[in-house]
Design a protein around this ligand. Structure first.
Ligand code: KG4
Length: 349
């Protein structure tokens, strides 16, 4: 987009609201251009080693009004100028989703603005279409493949258009982010596990240890076996030497992370070969992983892919991606009835 020709008076302004897990976020976009993206993360869960749903809902209740007000203020947008309100309907934690959904509905009623519902996962998949002032536009062409990897999902999605998605493969048990988080907790490294393992892995030898890889047909994933393999390995080694974990944590993290990345990449390469698609993106919290980002780039160079890596701020949960997904739905004329209810599972969407 040529920002010089951008006329705010003609633009569609979308307020996006995200509250699916433990981040309360609001963002304002004006015809795909990001004007603000405010995220209030919830530190309260750290002490529990995982997200506590009840505490997440309460924190959303505290955060939602100031976060939305701040997003509008930073965007210098008056509520009356909003064209539509887009919100995350699911999947996610029901109590968390209820806060964002009820707030979005109330705002839509009071401002007499249309409401657009967004599937959180589609937000992750479309995050690369958020444009930023002063940043050159580089976007994948349709159809493209997105490796969607987060705390709740691991999928390969074929994106035919901003409104047409095909899931080519997905995990049959744990999500890859869950494997990072649970294994980090099991090794006593802390929460959230992904960034901690990522950091330690940079200092270790990824070839030192090997962990069991699953043999799942087609493009589906499984991560529960590798998790168990690590658990037994650490348990057995610690029985021989109680200091084993402390002495080898960098190599264990590097080897474990490499195993997860190998599993993800095997199927992504297979999907690209099967579909002949060369425009490849990644999305979701685990797409912040430095090892995964490097491997996708490496495979891309080797295989002639056009790789699109999200900026770090768009990898974890944020409302900018909800606003952009909502924008596409809004342009397509989709509107959401006021009796809509949030859904916790993707199957119910
Ligand atoms: O997308 P997200 O913020 O939330 C949902 O699950 O919807 O993803 C959170 C997940 C967590 O499992 C976290 O450990 C993981 O993303 N994560 C990472 C990294 N940063 C966040 N995993 C691996 N490496 C990272 N650098």
């Amino acid at each position: 987009m040529n920002i010089a020709n951008f006329d705010p008076a003609m633009a569609d302004i979308i307020l996006g609201i995200e509250s699916s897990c433990d981040d309360t976020s609001a963002a304002v976009i004006s015809d795909r251009v990001l004007l603000s993206n405010v995220i209030a993360s919830q530190d309260v869960h750290r002490a529990f080693g995982g997200v506590v749903p009840e505490l997440a809902s309460r924190a959303h209740e505290l955060n939602i009004v100031p976060v939305v007000s701040e997003a509008l203020a930073r965007a210098k947008v008056d509520p009356s100028e909003i064209s539509a309100i887009a919100f995350t309907r699911g999947p996610g934690l029901l109590g968390s989703l209820l806060v964002g959904t009820c707030f979005a509905k109330s705002l839509a009623i009071s401002l007499e603005k249309p409401l657009v519902m967004v599937n959180h996962l589609q937000g992750h998949v479309l995050a690369g279409f958020v444009r930023q002032p002063g940043v050159p536009v580089r976007e994948p062409s349709f159809p493209y493949l997105c490796l969607l990897v987060s705390g709740g999902n691991s999928q390969i999605v074929k994106v035919n258009s901003p409104l047409d998605f095909e899931i080519l493969g997905q995990t049959i048990d744990d999500a890859v982010g869950e494997a990072f988080d649970k294994c980090s907790k099991m090794m006593g490294l802390g929460y959230p596990g992904g960034p901690i393992i990522d950091k330690l892995a940079k200092l270790g030898d990824p070839k030192r240890f090997s962990f069991a890889k699953p043999h799942i047909p087609g493009l589906d994933y499984s991560f529960s076996g590798v998790k168990t393999s690590l658990l037994y390995f650490v348990r057995d080694e610690m029985a021989k030497d109680p200091e084993f974990m402390e002495k080898n944590k960098e190599d264990i993290c590097a080897s474990f992370q490499k195993t997860l990345i190998d599993i993800l990449m095997d199927k992504l390469v297979k999907a690209a070969k099967q579909t002949g698609i060369k425009d490849i993106t990644i999305g979701g919290g685990v797409s912040a992983n430095s090892g995964l980002r490097a491997r996708v780039m490496e495979e891309g160079t080797k295989r002639g892919w056009n790789v699109f890596l999200p900026e770090f701020k768009f990898t974890t949960d944020n409302a900018a991606m909800i606003a952009i997904a909502g924008y596409f739905h809004y342009l397509a004329g989709e509107r959401c009835p006021l009796d809509v209810a949030p859904v916790s599972r993707i199957a119910d969407f």
